[in-house]
Structure formats: C-alpha cells, structure tokens
Design a protein around this ligand. Structure first.
Ligand SMILES: Nc1ncnc2c1ncn2[C@@H]1O[C@H](COP(=O)(O)OP(=O)(O)OP(=O)(O)O)[C@@H](O)[C@H]1O
Length: 476
C-alpha cells in the first residue's frame, strides 16, 4: 500500500508518524447498533407519552389484577375525562383537546408534506450527501389554527422561516402563517386555517369595574379577548378611510365609560374633522372641541400644563400615577391627528400644538396622561412624533410601506399585512405592543349609534362636564 507516493513500510523513515489501526470486532458493532436502536425506541416512547404512558399503566394493571384491573382503570379515566370536560371545558380543550387534535393534524397534514415544504422553502440542508430537515417537536391545534414547535438546523434563524411563511402557508393550505422565535434554536410556526375575525363583533359588553391594565377591545385571531393595557402608554391608531378607526376609539371610550362615571377617568376629546365622529359622545367628555383651532390648541396646552403640575406633585412620591376620582387618568383623544399637525393652515397654532403634544407624549405616561390619536396618513411629516407612541394599531392601510411606518421596522416581514386587509373587514388590525416585536391580528368591537347613545345615557357623569381646575384649586 502507498501513502503520498511512499510505501507504508517506509513512512517512519520519511518522518510521517502513523498509528496502528484498531479494528472494532463485529460483536461490538452489532451491540452498538442495538443500543442505538434501543435508545431511539425509548425516545420514541417518551415522545408519545400520551399514548405509551397509559398503555404501560394498563399493562401493569393487567399483570396485577387481570382484566378487572384495566377495566376499572378505563372506566375511572372515562368518568374523570367527562367530569373535567363538563366542569372546565376551556382547560380541557387546552390540555387534552389541543394535544389530541395536534397529533391528528401532524399525522394527516404536516408529516406528509413537511419534506417537500422544507425543500421548496429552501429550509432543508444537504451535508455529506445526507439531507437534514428542521424537526417538528410538537403540535398543538385549535379549530382555528395549528401551532408547530420546530427545532432549527444549525445556521438557520427564525427570520429565515418568517421570510418563507407565505410559501409554507400555501403548502399547508392556511390563510396565514407566522413564524416567531420561542427560545434560541426553536421557532413557533402558526398556521391559521379558519378566520374567527371574519364575522363582525358588534359592541362588546361593558365591564362594571374595568381594569386599566387589561381593557377588552376586541378579539384576537386565536378567538380570545384582545386586552390592551392603558396605563403607562400612548396609543396610535392608523388606518385608511373606512378602515374602522372610529370603532377602535369608540370601543375604548365604551370600555372606559364606567370609570368616567366613577370620576377616575376623564376624556378630553378633539375631533378636528368638524365633530362628525365624536359629537355623539359629548355627555361623556370632560372637555370637547371640534371646530375652533385656537380652542383645540388651548385644550392640548392645558393638558400639558396639568401634566407638568401633576409631575411636580408626584415627584418623589410615586413613579406611576394611580387614577382616583379626585385625581383621574386623563385621556386626550384626537380623531385625525394630521388635521392638527399637518393640515392646519395657521403655522403658529400648528407649532403650539406640536409642542404641547410632544410634551404629553414624552412625559405624560407616568403622571397619568394618555394620548390616543387616530391618523389616516402615518408619514413622518404628517405625524412627526409617531415613535413616541408605545402602542400602535394599524388597520387597513393603502400602501405596504406604511405598515413599517406605523408598526415599526420589520413588522410587515413578521406578518402584519395591513395593506392586504380586505375592505370587507373593517375593524381588523395588527397591533404591536411595546414589549413584543410580533404583531397580533385582532378585530375590534363595533359600537353602532344605538350602542353609543346607550353608553352616554348610562354612564355620563350626572354633574356634566366638570370645570377644569388647576392643581391648587383642585386641592382646595
Ligand atoms: N370593528 C368593526 N366591525 C364591523 N364593521 C365596522 C367596524 N369598524 C367599522 N366598521 C364599518 O366600517 C364603516 C367605516 O368605519 P369608520 O367610520 O370607523 O372608519 P374610519 O376609519 O373612522 O373612516 P374615516 O377616516 O373615513 O372616518 C362603519 O360605518 C362600519 O359600517
């Protein structure tokens, strides 16, 4: 035998060091193969613990008590399952239903098409002539969607999956697919097969004692209530004409109505479009302006002054204001912000408005001043301080570029397709909350005129809009 042109016997002479080859005996190779197969079988058993665990228990019971053993166990288990289902259907669906349905969908849908889907999406890796596929670790399903937990191959990122989410949804026949990182090396793919947001919601029921950290405004794509935290934030609502901005604002006003009646929330409302939208709610509003630009400016400046006075009062006492009837959360609500920041012809008023809004947005969160603003056109020259809104809601938008303007960089790549929301689905939006980069798809409740009139009747403070006092007057 020759190595690099030398005879093997001469290698030591030319300075190459060789090792003696050790040949593994056949019995040891066979033992190794057996151990590996056994290990794989055990892993397979553990992964299917939902089936193999109970089967093992039944087998043990049979060994100990013969047939009566497993029969008694099965009867007990069936009774337990029925009782659980009847007593706590939600937890039953989450713990048992989602797993069983997930296993079923894995078998009939995902296993079959996983390889072609990964190859088509260029997510399969070939190394040393061997093909590797990202591994499905588990599947949980509801009647609306399937959630797949997938182990990434080395070198892959969740963004790679997000980029081909559109390809994947076509393979698996879903109307939408999202990919998000669960933890390093693991991505969650969600395939939505039925859309719970297709049907309009109508006005949501009003909670007697609303929690400002969890205000219900609509439903999410997973058919659960959409809850928004209103303490310590500002909310920007963007959408084309007819996209449903009004339904977001009215859902919010209705949800806050009991606190308005209680006095722990005050609504200061500006409708620069002449009052077509917000006039109906006047009895609920502590301050309201819709035509006079000077008066709208003064309202905003007054809010900024009160905010600064409250900041001085709370300085060193607390870091987050707690709303009470004497010291309410002040919600400054502006329908069509662009009318104040861009379309107003009087430049001086525009500058005063921008100054007051900048103050409220940059300093108002901690002392309990919340700005909620709606806008049709989210461009920076129209809404110069859009980055100061931690909570952004994007309804249907006219152009794809507007999505990232409203929801932040990369939001569209992460699945917020606001420009593709059909006109037939007003009130459908993508929401980005400050602590989560992944947008949530929701539909807001739609309070019609009757619901708004009823809200005013039930919750308007009896004393009418309160005079605005400065902090010293209020203390007195
Ligand atoms: N959440 C919703 N669910 C069902 N239908 C809705 C919803 N929101 C709005 N709509 C329907 O869409 C219509 C337009 O909605 P809305 O007036 O709120 O849009 P907008 O974005 O405020 O438009 P504009 O900027 O022109 O005022 C409503 O009259 C209503 O019929």
């Amino acid at each position: 035998m020759k190595v690099n042109g030398y005879r093997a016997d001469d290698l030591a002479r030319v300075g190459l060091i060789t090792r003696e080859r050790w040949v593994m005996p056949l019995w040891m190779s066979i033992l190794g193969v057996c151990f590996r197969a056994l290990g794989r079988f055990l892993v397979w058993l553990v992964r299917r613990g939902l089936i193999t665990g109970p089967a093992l228990v039944l087998l043990l019971a049979y060994g100990k008590w013969d047939w009566p053993g497993p029969a008694a166990l099965l009867t007990g288990a069936v009774l337990f399952v029925i009782a659980w289902w009847l007593a706590h259907p939600a937890s039953f669906r989450r713990v048992v239903g989602a797993r069983l349905l997930g296993q079923w969908r894995l078998m009939v849908r995902y296993r079959r098409l996983w390889r072609p889907a990964m190859i088509g999406g260029q997510l399969a890796v070939v190394h040393d002539e061997k093909q590797y596929l990202p591994l499905i670790r588990r599947v949980r399903s509801t009647r609306w969607a399937d959630e797949l937990r997938v182990r990434l191959l080395y070198g892959q990122t969740p963004e790679r999956f997000a980029l081909v989410a559109e390809n994947l949804r076509h393979v698996f026949g879903a109307y939408r697919c999202t990919a998000r990182e669960l933890k390093p090396g693991v991505v969650t793919l969600r395939f939505y097969h039925r859309d719970p947001l297709e049907q309009p919601l109508g006005p949501l029921p009003i909670v007697d004692v609303p929690d400002l950290r969890r205000v219900e405004l609509g439903r999410t794509e997973d058919a659960v209530p959409f809850l928004l935290a209103l303490l310590g934030t500002h909310v920007l609502v963007a959408g084309a004409s007819g996209a449903g901005k009004g339904s977001v604002l009215w859902s919010l006003i209705r949800a806050l109505a009991p606190l308005v009646a209680h006095g722990s929330v005050e609504l200061w409302v500006i409708d620069p479009k002449g009052g077509m939208e917000m006039t109906f709610g006047k009895p609920l509003f502590a301050r309201y302006e819709d035509t006079d630009a000077e008066a709208m400016t003064e309202l905003l400046e007054e809010a900024a002054d009160r905010m600064q006075a409250r900041t001085q009062r709370l300085k060193g006492v607390t870091r987050q204001h707690t709303p009470t009837p004497g010291d309410p959360l002040i919600v400054v609500l502006v329908d069509e912000l662009a009318a104040l920041t861009a379309y107003l012809s009087d430049r001086k008023l525009r500058d005063r408005i921008k100054a007051a809004l900048s103050l409220l947005l940059s300093q108002g969160r901690a002392p309990g001043f919340l700005v909620v603003a709606a806008v049709q056109d989210p461009r920076k020259d129209v809404v110069p301080f859009r980055d100061l809104f931690p909570t952004r809601i994007a309804l249907r938008l006219t152009e794809a570029e507007q999505v990232d303007m409203v929801l932040g960089d990369g939001a569209r790549d992460r699945g917020a397709l606001c420009d593709r929301i059909p006109r037939a689905l007003p009130g459908v939006a993508y929401v980005r909350l400050d602590d989560d980069p992944d947008p949530v798809r929701v539909r807001f409740g739609y309070p019609d005129d009757d619901a708004i009139a009823e809200t005013c009747q039930l919750y308007a403070p009896h004393f009418g809009p309160r005079p605005i006092l400065n902090d010293e007057q209020e203390a007195a």
